[in-house]
Design a protein around this ligand. Structure first.
Ligand code: NAP
Length: 334
């Protein structure tokens, strides 16, 4: 097979640099099948992978890219067929195994999900890992009582980001309307929040009391958190009786402190969300929901930029600087 193009993260004289270059199949990680990659996307974890100190990637060089959609070109011993359209997210993709920022990818067959009916290869990566994680979070909150409570007050944090904004789109498509966006970019992303149709936008400062207390006024029934860190210390005491919060992210840090009071006096639940190692059964179920009842009316609105492999280094910086609104879709070879 001819050489193909990929974006590598390579170390040169001790410095980690991104390099767009010709690549041979022998350089890809081992796997059962070959995929012609159509699209990938830029997630927070991809941006972290470009920073050695983040510890997301243990061994360089690597082709990053934690998600991809594409077409099977060689199914190997698997039951997939040549020409079948598929999605891969999570597992070791782009972290310990060559990833989606490559015209050709080779992966284990058990990582591969058939593209659900109703979803195109492009739409699949407008969702990407961010959409899968947003959907897992909404699904977990629904199981915890949200489904029976259409008028619930819902707070979504990191709301201008990939997971946050897609979560708002998914919640709207499911008929939830009382959604408050928590964002550092209340002003800069105001037009986007209007487009998304949230009820209100607040900043962390606006919802922080002068004096932090273990229990505060009960404001939100459900919270979908993508930020983590100290911001949670203000949010958790404001969750109403029997409410729940899903935690999927650490964009704002990994540590927070809490008392037991919200949990033992108000029955508040914390729901942990992982998109990397969930079972394929659950993965398929969630992707099928994304293609049906969770599909936002205008999915294109979440892809703010459509970029190519050479533009990824700039996109990583944008995400790390926190200046990005919405998602970067990466067009590889549709
Ligand atoms: N558990 C999983 O399997 C899983 C899967 C995917 C993603 N994640 C995590 O989910 C989070 C969101 O991912 P993403 O891909 O949506 O990233 P993203 O597009 O960069 O969005 C993150 C958003 O968080 C807010 N933010 C960023 N830095 C912050 C800081 N220092 N303090 C407070 N807020 C900050 C920003 O929103 P505003 O400016 O609007 O506040 C930003 O847009 C990340 O932590 C990521 O690692 C976890």
């Amino acid at each position: 097979m001819e050489n193909f193009n990929a974006l590598w993260l390579e170390k040169h004289e001790g410095e980690l640099i991104p390099r767009y270059r010709q690549t041979h199949l022998d350089e890809l990680s081992a796997g059962d099948l070959l995929i012609k990659v159509a699209y990938s996307s830029v997630n927070f974890k991809d941006a972290l992978a470009s920073q050695e100190a983040s510890g997301v990637v243990r061994h360089y060089p690597i082709i990053p890219g934690i998600d991809l959609s594409g077409t099977i070109i060689d199914p190997g011993p698997s039951e997939f067929k040549v020409g079948q359209e598929v999605i891969v997210t999570g597992y070791g993709l782009g972290v310990s195994h060559s990833g989606g920022y490559s015209e050709i990818a080779r992966v284990p067959a058990e990582w591969v999900i058939p593209l659900p009916i109703g979803l195109g290869l492009k739409e699949a990566m407008i969702f990407g890992t961010a959409g899968l994680t947003a959907a897992l979070s909404v699904n977990a909150l629904e199981k915890q009582g949200l489904r029976q409570h259409k008028e619930a007050e819902i707070l979504v944090t990191g709301a201008s980001g990939g997971v946050g904004s897609l979560a708002i789109g998914i919640l709207k498509s499911l008929g939830y309307h009382n959604i408050t966006a928590l964002s550092r970019k209340k002003e800069q992303s105001a037009a986007y929040f209007t487009e998304l149709g949230v009820k209100a936008v607040v900043t962390a400062e606006e919802i922080s009391p002068d004096k932090q207390r273990p229990l505060m006024k009960q404001v939100y029934n459900f919270v979908l958190d993508t930020v983590g860190g100290r911001q949670l210390e203000t949010i958790i005491p404001q969750i109403a009786y029997d409410g729940s919060i899903s935690l999927c992210g650490n964009a704002g840090g990994i540590a927070f402190s809490s008392t037991v009071l919200p949990y033992i006096l108000r029955g508040v639940n914390i729901l942990g969300i992982d998109s990397v190692n969930i079972s394929n059964e659950h993965r398929l179920y969630i992707w099928n929901r994304l293609a049906t009842d969770m599909m936002p009316a205008t999915i294109q609105q979440f892809a703010k930029n459509e970029i190519v492999l050479e533009e990824l280094p700039v996109a990583f910086q944008q995400l790390l600087a926190g200046t990005m609104t919405g998602r970067n879709l990466v067009r590889i070879a549709p």
